[in-house]
Design a protein around this ligand. Sequence first.
Ligand code: BEZ
Length: 330
Amino acid sequence: MTRFLTRRTVLAAGGAALALPALHARAQATREFRLGLITPPAHTWNQQLTAFGAALNTASGGRFTVTLFPSGQLGNEAAMLQQLQTGALDMSLMTTSEISNRVDAFGALHAPFIVPNIEAAVAMLRNPIALGLLNGLPQAIGCVGIRYGMVGMRQIITREQTTTLADLRGKKVRITPAAPTRDFFTMIGMAPTPLPLPQIFEALSNGQIDGVDLDFESIINNRFQELCRTMLLTNHFAFPAAGLVSARVWATLAPADRELIRGTMTEALDALCNSMPEREARQGATLRASNMQVRPVGPEFFGDAVAQFDRQWGPRAPALAQLRAAYPRG
Ligand code: BEZ
């Protein structure tokens, strides 16, 4: 029975899930999974992943625990990805930035203005076009891609007042290290400066960078609205994350245990995505009430950069054209 237990059975029937441990305890010993992430303990991701750990513990009858290593304790996302590849790290939720550095196809999810709003971003990450990209990850990067999570839509905050595109030209903008992101900011005439999340505060405080590509939650958590004069409310990127399990670790797990992990992690990441529209509305209101000037601008603000991006990345990321067609702008 355990070998052929389906995901639906595990998730839907508490009874079936509870029946599993007794049968499995003989085959699969207790195990602690180490899960690394770049975000700090108060972040939404960490809360959802704590819930994932609790759900997996219950579903496995106490055999499995998940220990979080937050705030980039294990290194930045590139370092964590390497650890996943060797099996030194079991799991992670990380932005798809580092994946897009290694797998061009993921450039589609990082295309500027690929969706018009947060609701469409959530829908896009459940679209078979986007989900299909996860299937190639075991071979491409040695990780099993379980499901997408996300960060809120990206905005541009600047230390000085910004009114036109000319105000951005030549300025240093912090980006999450990702080739498509770098290319877009280069195309709009800025100097992209890759920095992991925990290093932004110092760089912005000491003037090493002029602006930041970031989401509402990270702006508020770090009180960047007190350091910046303008937020260009662009919603220019949907910012996906992927729940990953080391393929080496995955290979050691019994099929039914893989399904427990897949089911509980999927549930947690779906809950994360479902919560995003309401969070964005609340956090957007907080920022509009701050002293930072909030300027809504659309793709036209960036001239022909979006078309340039598509010319460069379209051939490398075939899903880009498909997603543009699926989520047209109003
Ligand atoms: C960032 O690199 O900007 C980022 C990463 C994870 C969560 C939020 C933001």
